[in-house]
Design a binder for this molecule. Structure first.
Ligand code: NAG
Ligand code: NAG
Ligand code: NAG
Ligand code: NAG
Ligand code: NAG
Length: 519
């Protein structure tokens, strides 16, 4: 069957793309710009940030030809594909870093997600990207999944820099009923601003959020720049999609994977509708579209990250190396249709979007302005990336050194081409896509092992552990972890608060503590 052959060829191409030798990047000096205020475009562009949920590395058409995402593929391959781009292994951490430009260890959110009944949130000490874009003159709108805490009104999106909000506050829910349960508590989770959104039962999440986004674009006052943060719930479980999106997958035998693929195709259509709305409104030529996954695919719910190791929730590459691209008619033609293999991270969007808006990056961020990397093929200013340090994860094995970072603790860091993992990084198997027919590969490793070192540039699939060969690099990277650890905020991870019960709030998930200053 043709797709199988294609897939094999494609995977070979993919692997060589991943392993590509260092590009000598076009130096900035070749493309002098008139230094005005910042490096961004002369006029503030519209920024549409599309975040997909649990969409794995191998779950997009430009990485896996079985998955039909033709519109995203077209935007990706005619834009700039980010092929050395990282997010965090799970939802809340990626979203907190996107909106704050700061690592988890600097917001106290270094452990897990915010569970529905936890009185926890992205702290208000630092502004969100929506706050700073609004200050720069943008109209700011958010549609979709928040998952950054809502126990007080002051933490709701509408009080974090967004002029409008339509979406859900927790981490997942039924795509049609918009009901979600956490332990013994169940309720609706859908909001319009601060208010519960009613009468939406039966509206499929992807179509509903697309419709809201299209309405916002149609009603936008085009004299102002637009910032739209569109955080779809697709392709997060539960696996649900209208039947019409399954018809193009007769060759995928695994029925869950087929539904997953249909969800990706529906998401693709949603993005098409949003781009069409921008074109019809005459806004497209001055728009930058950023597309990103929020974390690796969840293999238990048919997501896939082949050829990467591990999956959602782990510090292996499959948990964090994301599908992403930037597409814009504003990009110079010489970068349109290119891939960048420069190191980029989700914290980088904050200062990058500030540059687009013509404002100077805020002090104290962990992100780097990547606009020159994206728009000029320049070298990434980022040489190092703290993936995370989680003081609450279960410790593993023995401490390697007593005078630097404790290797029993779960952590990972990237410095140049090298990545160090410590503690228990999560299941490190290589899980093949169901449609590939290939077997999974399970690592053969000693039980208490807690230190791994990889050259991720030459070995993106993390097959060859170098920790025994290069104790010098292990030591250097442990010292860097030790440094980052010394800058960490205390980790907040409160126990459940029964006042969160939706039955106490009209059947909806929503704030359960009031804040005198805002209500
Ligand atoms: C896209 O727009 C078409 C035409 O309006 C509509 O039928 C379809 O449901 C939309 N798709 C999504 C995912 O919103
Ligand atoms: C919700 O569904 C109803 C009925 O199909 C439809 O008229 C309405 O436009 C939908 N709303 C949104 C926001 O998708
Ligand atoms: C640290 O380890 C060294 C040997 O590696 C040992 O001599 C020393 O006593 C240890 N120090 C502490 C405080 O445990
Ligand atoms: C990180 O720093 C904290 C606070 O100084 C310390 O208690 C902890 O042991 C350090 N963690 C590691 C893994 O070294
Ligand atoms: C890790 O995942 C693989 C693939 O799903 C599975 O076969 C293996 O049992 C898992 N290992 C552990 C320790 O859970």
């Amino acid at each position: 069957m043709a797709p199988v052959r294609l897939l094999v060829l494609f995977t070979v191409a993919l692997t060589s793309a991943l392993v590509d030798t260092h590009q000598t990047s076009t130096s900035d000096a070749n493309h002098p710009t008139a230094q005005t205020q910042t490096n961004g475009p002369a006029r503030q562009p519209n920024i549409v940030f599309v975040l997909a949920d649990d969409l794995g590395y191998n779950d997009v058409g430009w990485h896996n030809p079985w998955i039909q995402t033709p519109h995203l593929d077209k935007l990706a391959v005619t834009g700039v594909r980010l092929e050395n781009y990282y997010v965090q292994p799970i939802c809340t951490p990626t979203r907190s870093q996107l909106l704050s430009g700061r690592y988890q260890i600097h917001t106290g959110l270094q452990h897990g997600i915010i569970w529905w009944a936890q009185a926890n949130a992205l702290p208000r000490q630092t502004p969100t990207i929506a706050d700073v874009l609004r200050t720069s003159g943008y109209r700011t709108h958010m549609v979709g999944k928040w998952h950054l805490g809502f126990y007080k009104p002051e933490y709701m999106p509408i009080n974090r820099g967004f002029d409008s909000y339509f979406g859900f506050l927790t981490g997942s829910e039924d795509h049609l009923t918009h009901i979600t349960c956490y332990k013994k508590w169940c309720g609706y989770d859908l909001r319009d601003g601060l208010d519960p959104a009613t009468n939406m039962e039966g509206n499929y999440s992807t179509t509903m959020y697309t419709q809201k986004a299209v309405d916002l674009i149609n009603n936008h006052d085009a004299s102002k720049p637009l910032f739209l943060y569109l955080a779809y719930q697709a392709t997060h479980e539960p696996l649900q999609v209208p039947d019409s999106y399954l018809q193009q997958y007769p060759d995928i035998e695994d029925s869950n994977r087929r539904v997953f693929a249909g969800m990706a195709t529906c998401l693709d259509e949603g993005v098409r509708n949003v781009t069409t709305a921008l074109q019809n409104k005459g806004m497209w030529d001055n728009t930058v579209v950023i597309f990103s996954a929020d974390n690796g695919g969840q293999v238990y719910f048919s997501g896939n990250n082949w050829p990467l190791r591990g999956w959602k929730g782990s510090l292996w590459e499959g948990g964090m190396r994301a599908s992403g691209f930037v597409h814009s008619p504003l990009l110079p033609t010489h970068v349109q249709g290119t891939k960048t293999r420069e190191l980029m991270h989700v914290t980088d969007w904050f200062p990058t979007m500030q540059t687009l808006a013509g404002s100077h990056p805020l002090a104290g961020l962990d992100g780097f302005d990547q606009w020159n990397t994206i728009s000029k093929g320049a070298q990434s200013p980022r040489k190092e990336l703290l993936h995370n340090i989680d003081p609450l994860a279960e410790p593993k094995g023995q401490q390697l050194y007593n005078d630097t970072f404790d290797t029993r603790v779960q952590a990972a860091i990237r410095v140049g081409d090298y990545k160090l993992l410590t503690g228990d990084p999560g299941n490190g198997s290589w899980v093949a896509a169901p449609e590939s027919g290939w077997p999974d590969r399970v690592p053969n490793e000693a039980g208490g092992k807690n230190v791994w070192l990889f050259n991720v540039r030459t070995d993106p699939s993390e097959w060859h552990d170098l920790s025994d060969q290069r104790p010098d690099i292990v030591r250097q990277l442990l010292d860097r972890l030790n440094y980052y650890n010394s800058t960490a905020e205390p980790c907040r991870y409160p126990s459940d608060d029964p006042r969160a019960d939706p039955q106490l709030h009209g059947g909806f998930w929503g704030p359960w503590e009031t804040d005198a200053t805002l209500v």
